[in-house]
Design a protein around this ligand. Structure first.
Ligand code: HEM
Ligand SMILES: *[C@@H]1O[C@H](CO)[C@@H](O)[C@H](O)[C@H]1NC(C)=O
Ligand SMILES: *[C@@H]1O[C@H](CO)[C@@H](O)[C@H](O)[C@H]1NC(C)=O
Ligand SMILES: *[C@@H]1O[C@H](CO)[C@@H](O)[C@H](O)[C@H]1NC(C)=O
Ligand SMILES: *[C@@H]1O[C@H](CO)[C@@H](O)[C@H](O)[C@H]1NC(C)=O
Ligand SMILES: *[C@@H]1O[C@H](CO)[C@@H](O)[C@H](O)[C@H]1NC(C)=O
Ligand SMILES: *[C@@H]1O[C@H](CO)[C@@H](O)[C@H](O)[C@H]1NC(C)=O
Ligand SMILES: *[C@@H]1O[C@H](CO)[C@@H](O)[C@H](O)[C@H]1NC(C)=O
Ligand SMILES: *[C@@H]1O[C@H](CO)[C@@H](O)[C@H](O)[C@H]1NC(C)=O
Length: 331
């Protein structure tokens, strides 16, 4: 009895200690359910999948921005579609904060929402659409749905640019910073390592990593010694100097349209693009996990589990929030 209360005391202290250093509210997770729209909008999953697959079939590069959009939504104020809200004269919204300026897929979400509204007006949240579109866009390659998306999220009414930097991890983060950032969202080290595998698809702008090529000392020169030097030479041919703000490079060259485990393969060759990727090799336990994730079956199982967890971060449910009519504007 004494031991039990001591351990619960320690749990409370730990949770409190984590919360202390976190930005953005309590770690509540509402109950989402698989069949949330069973009676109110039974076709919603088919509608979202059909529209998403129509886009991705035309342009395979669209999967990456939709996946990233869900991540950026969930890490700021929970998965409440706050990332979709437009700025107004009175308010600078999340999407206008630097880490979100390179997000995409907004037009696809709007199109899905319009299609869903035709069948079930005012029923389905934009937050659920973002979660479904992330899953469906990645799944197109396999023509089967790769993970389950419990539903019932409600849309938030607040979106603040000022909350983005503190909550979205920086590409310059080291392992302990990443661990702390994810812990703030109720995610653990395994979630961090597995979800970083999302970088197996998509592109990055030079300015997200060019300090590793030209300014690692912070004094305007120097290269990151942990970055594979032949890979660094290749990257320098793409990103010619620190003022390049427009060029993008694939994060997993040769396989950037394929959702696979190639990210972990190049990571082990010291070709992870960001310091945050390379950081996964700096912890012994994490390094061992990276090796295990080379197995696609294992990766898929873990990714499905961690995406479900990420999709439940601080969700609004029941009578909280609202069902937005227009995903970019609060009702
Ligand atoms: C672990 C911490 C993470 C950091 C530091 C990070 C950082 C970044 C950065 C800097 C970019 C490139 C942005 C640009 O310059 O255009 C990027 C792209 C991307 N990230 Fe992450 N990310 C992280 C985790 C995640 C997670 C958890 C997911 C999804 C589950 C994700 C999905 C993506 C995708 C798909 C892209 C490519 C987007 C595109 O091609 O448009 N990332 N990330
Ligand atoms: C989705 O697309 C399939 C195949 O084209 C079609 O049979 C089905 O009716 C569509 N469902 C909805 C709800 O749009
Ligand atoms: C913006 O602020 C002005 C003045 O404070 C107020 O009159 C107006 O209703 C606000 N607009 C919105 C959209 O909140
Ligand atoms: C990670 O970065 C933080 C902030 O720059 C620093 O205080 C800490 O010492 C770093 N941790 C490691 C293990 O390098
Ligand atoms: C190099 O990095 C430092 C530290 O991050 C930064 O203050 C400085 O502006 C950078 N130099 C250039 C030329 O971008
Ligand atoms: C950076 O590289 C671009 C492309 O090669 C070039 O046009 C530009 O003049 C360079 N800027 C600086 C400051 O060297
Ligand atoms: C380049 O992009 C960064 C980040 O988006 C921004 O802070 C900076 O002002 C831009 N610089 C120029 C010259 O456009
Ligand atoms: C650098 O990458 C190449 C493949 O591109 C690989 O053969 C080599 O082992 C890597 N070097 C290091 C130090 O990881
Ligand atoms: C949603 O709101 C935005 C911003 O006010 C507007 O430009 C767009 O046309 C609206 N979309 C619909 C379908 O009403």
């Amino acid at each position: 009895m004494k031991i039990l209360s001591l351990s619960s005391f320690l749990v409370i202290i730990t949770v409190f200690a984590i919360q202390e250093a976190c930005h953005g509210g309590p770690l509540t997770q509402g109950p989402l359910t698989q069949d949330y729209y069973k009676d109110s909008c039974a076709n919603v999953e088919d509608i979202v999948r059909n529209v998403t697959w129509k886009y991705v079939a035309q342009d395979l590069t669209l999967a990456a921005p939709l996946l990233r959009l869900h991540f950026h939504d969930c890490f700021v104020r929970g998965c409440d579609a706050s990332v979709l809200i437009n700025s107004t004269p009175n308010n600078t919204a999340e999407k206008d904060a630097p880490p979100d300026l390179t997000l995409g897929g907004f037009n696809i979400i709007d199109d899905i929402k319009a299609e869903v509204e035709k069948t079930c007006p005012g029923i389905v949240s934009c937050a659920d659409i973002v979660a479904l579109a992330a899953r469906d866009s990645v799944s197109f390659q396999y023509k089967r749905l790769l993970w389950e998306v419990p539903l019932g999220r409600r849309d938030g009414t607040i979106s603040l640019a000022s909350e983005v930097i503190a909550n979205i991890p920086a590409p310059t983060s080291n392992f302990s910073q990443l661990k702390q950032n994810f812990a703030c969202k109720g995610l653990d080290i395994l979630d961090l390592i597995v979800l970083s595998g999302a970088h197996t698809i998509g592109d990055s702008h030079c300015h997200s990593f060019d300090n590793r090529l030209y300014n690692f000392t912070g004094k305007g020169y120097g290269q990151d010694p942990t970055l594979n030097s032949s890979y660094a030479n290749y990257l320098k041919t793409k990103c010619k100097n620190l003022s390049d703000n427009t060029t993008t490079v694939p994060m997993d060259p040769t396989s950037s349209l394929s959702f696979d485990t190639h990210y972990y393969k190049i990571l082990l060759e010291n070709e992870g693009l960001f310091q945050s990727d390379a950081a996964l090799l700096t912890d012994q336990g994490s390094l061992e996990e990276v090796k295990k994730l080379l197995s696609f079956e294992y990766f898929l199982e873990k990714f499905a589990y961690s995406m479900k967890k990420m999709g439940e971060i601080q969700v609004l449910t029941g009578f909280e929030g609202q069902i937005r009519k227009n995903c970019s504007v609060v009702n």
